[in-house]
Ligand binder design. Sequence first.
Ligand code: C2E
Ligand code: MG
Ligand code: MG
Length: 448
Amino acid sequence: MTQGGTPDFSATFTDIVAGQNAGEWLTGRRELFQYVDQVADDCAQRQELFTVLFVRLAGVREVNELIGYDAGEQIFLHGAARLAQSLPDGDIIGKISDDELLVISRDCNSPSCAIKGSQSAIEILQRPLRIDGQSCGLKPAVGIALYPADGMTAAELVRHAAVACTRASQDEAPFFAFFTKALGISAQAEFALQQDIRRAISKREFTLYYQAKVAVQTHTVCGAEALLRWPQQDGSVRMPADFIPIAERGSLMLPLGHWVLRDTCRQIKQWRDAGLMHAGASVNASPQQFRSPDWTRWVAETLTEFEVPPSALTIEITESCAMGDTELTISRVRALKQLGVKISLDDFGTGYSSLAYLTRFALDEVKIDRFFVQAMDTQPGNAKICASMIKLAHELGMTVTAEGVETHGQTALLEDLGCDMLQGFLFSHPMPAAAYGTILSQPALVKA
Ligand code: C2E
Ligand code: MG
Ligand code: MG
């Protein structure tokens, strides 16, 4: 079906893909949904997980409108064939619409694997295509749904992966997103939740939990991360994944983030006044906060108001936040560091950038995302990724914290690799400030 390596666009999808030794290819949407339902049934019996990737090729519609539908179809087919060729054996790819594809990966049964699959798909689809002697580019976005957490049926999984894909295409990078409950709610429910969040901010209903960070050398507490919690009237506690994306979309992360900063500084002062002079904490900054022109001034004013030494505060930013507008990031980081606070790069490895590139931002700390940490004692590949991240971060003068440490095996490996700090349920769950204060006053308490 190919001529000189170039797909023949008069051929059908099946011809193109079958001719290139790729994963199997399903042409009809109904057939595709039936297949996903079959895999779901099978995985239910075997108690296995699998991944659905919803891939949207944003450039196709523009080509349809600007040049014509034939050209749009050619580009879509070319991209689909490329993606199909790159998939591991056993993966199934199918067409959902004129610019959307579905990839079903039975062997991909963890978030880290789904991230790798998404990154690889994006990388392959972003490479320029030559159609009729002209170079054109696709703008891919990938939404991820994991069975069974994000749905038990094809209809649910595909819908949720599509919702995540829409979210991913709104971001500047990394162009993939996991489905979360917060993404799945309707516009009306989202509006109602935003009203609730607004009210909860003004009534000071939010609270902060603190999760200890442990020094590898001594296995003693060397810091904490402040994490938002929203206690409900029925005694339950809402987690950040349920409300932060919605607060962000409703421009509420500025007031909420401001409260987080103030309350953390108030708490650091309280601990220090009680004699815990080494008390300090990290706060997570949302992209909205970080990009706000007032943010550095707020940080400076808050530190002064609560008499907190700047070195006791670390600000965590995510990779995608840092990568959004690099010149802005460089100037924000510089201004914050001039105040004396430390800057940490959160969830490292889930984004789309290299650590070397990130040195431009002169960061103090890198936090390796828990997806890499959690699979490291079972999948040697992940241990190698962590090893190279740690080595490079050290060469670049940054300290390294591993997130999501849950086992002694992970701890031992991370110690061997020279990681500086560990954070995870093995040492401490996030807890109310009073409970964390008790741990802080007994430095030898946190032992794995
Ligand atoms: P993060 O900043 O990467 O925080 C670490 C998350 O990993 C926390 O989830 C923590 O509870 C969880 N975690 C820690 N150790 C383990 C472990 O061993 N195993 C597992 N499975 N999980 C572990 P949490 O509290 O649900 O927060 C989720 C995310 O929400 C945070 O990820 C952060 O991105 C965001 N977030 C939380 N508080 C704030 C905030 O005040 N402002 C902003 N902008 N984002 C926040
Ligand atoms: Mg964090
Ligand atoms: Mg993190």
